[in-house]
Write a protein that binds this ligand. Structure first.
Ligand SMILES: C[S@@+](CC[C@H](N)C(=O)[O-])C[C@H]1O[C@@H](n2cnc3c(N)ncnc32)[C@H](O)[C@@H]1O
Length: 292
């Protein structure tokens, strides 16, 4: 497919019209936020946001494979002293389009700047909303396991009788746990709160997210060789993560300047990986490098 491993300039809605149905494995993106950055790449008024976005999510739905996932990084802004409802409205409208609102992850920005506001505290988290076409989708949970942590040494060394059986929830939620299952394990599954610092070293784009963010989701929802689409690619961060993980990418941005910026960044990354892997002898004929 000739759109693979390319950054394409244009409105993603129009560009995607030329893509076949069911052709990408993961859509990971951070769209322009409502009105927020109107001085850089054109803002959309909060009240118009849902109408602006819905035709795009319709195309995303068509091009996503039935086993695929769409992760939307977004946050509602404050308008006239209260949070605007465009994200909530968008979710409801997307459900009407056929999307399942499977899950919501929270990105806790570990290094957000302190500040003082009269009626709220500093905003130090963003949503990553997970949408799917079907209840069964590809998910590789082992790929994002984390070290069990120091708590385990003490907690698992002193197990009570209850810890050794499945302890059903006391509030009748149907959830239960058997703590003893974790004895001897070095890794556990993470939660849906992701603690990651923002990155300030990408000076060429005002709204770039940290590389670790797409990396985490690409590992979780794709395998090597899969196709990752970012329809608002900006400085190319999602594509960098995809290349480093031996996935294929497709990037789209309405701004020619950002497309050029992405392409330059990506050729740098590709060259770097080629050099590293040719030294290790792991370069393959597709121009992709092989990672573990
Ligand atoms: C929040 S930024 C993405 C930043 C990106 N995640 C990064 O790490 O650099 C949103 C991007 O969407 C682009 N954009 C705005 N409207 C668009 C449209 N209709 N189609 C494609 N790209 C668009 C903007 O030019 C901007 O680069």
């Amino acid at each position: 497919m000739d759109f693979v491993n390319q950054v394409i300039q244009g409105d993603c809605e129009t560009v995607l019209e030329n893509f076949p149905d069911n052709s990408v494995d993961l859509i990971f993106t951070s769209p322009p936020y409502a009105d927020q950055r109107k001085n850089t790449y054109g803002g959309i008024k909060p009240d118009d946001y849902v109408d602006w976005f819905l035709p795009k999510t319709k195309e995303f739905f068509r091009v996503l494979k039935p086993t695929g996932t769409f992760i939307l990084n977004i946050k509602e802004r404050v308008v006239n002293g209260e949070r605007h409802t465009y994200v909530i409205e968008l979710i409801l409208k997307m459900k009407e389009q056929g999307w399942l609102w499977t899950e919501e992850f929270m990105w806790h920005k570990r290094n957000s700047y302190p500040g003082k506001w009269p009626n709220r505290f500093r905003d130090s988290w963003e949503r990553l909303i997970q949408f799917n076409k079907h209840k069964k989708f590809n998910m590789y949970q082992e790929a994002v396991m984390i070290p069990v942590g120091d708590w385990a040494q003490d907690r698992l060394a002193n197990l009570s009788d209850t810890d050794k059986i499945r302890d059903e929830s006391k509030v009748g939620s149907g959830f239960g746990k058997n703590i003893s299952n974790w004895v001897g394990r070095k890794k556990v599954y993470p939660s849906n709160v992701i603690h990651m610092a923002t990155e300030c070293n990408n000076k060429n784009h005002s709204a770039a997210f940290p590389l670790n963010l797409p990396t985490w989701f690409i590992k979780l929802f794709t395998k090597p060789g899969d196709i990752v689409l970012d329809p608002f690619i900006g400085s190319g961060t999602t594509a960098v993560a995809a290349i480093e993980l031996d996935r294929k990418f497709v990037g789209i941005d309405v701004s020619e300047e950002y497309c050029q910026l992405s392409r330059e960044r990506l050729s740098g990354v590709q060259l770097q990986l080629l050099t590293i892997n040719s030294k290790k002898g792991t370069y393959n004929n597709n121009g992709n490098t092989q990672s573990g």
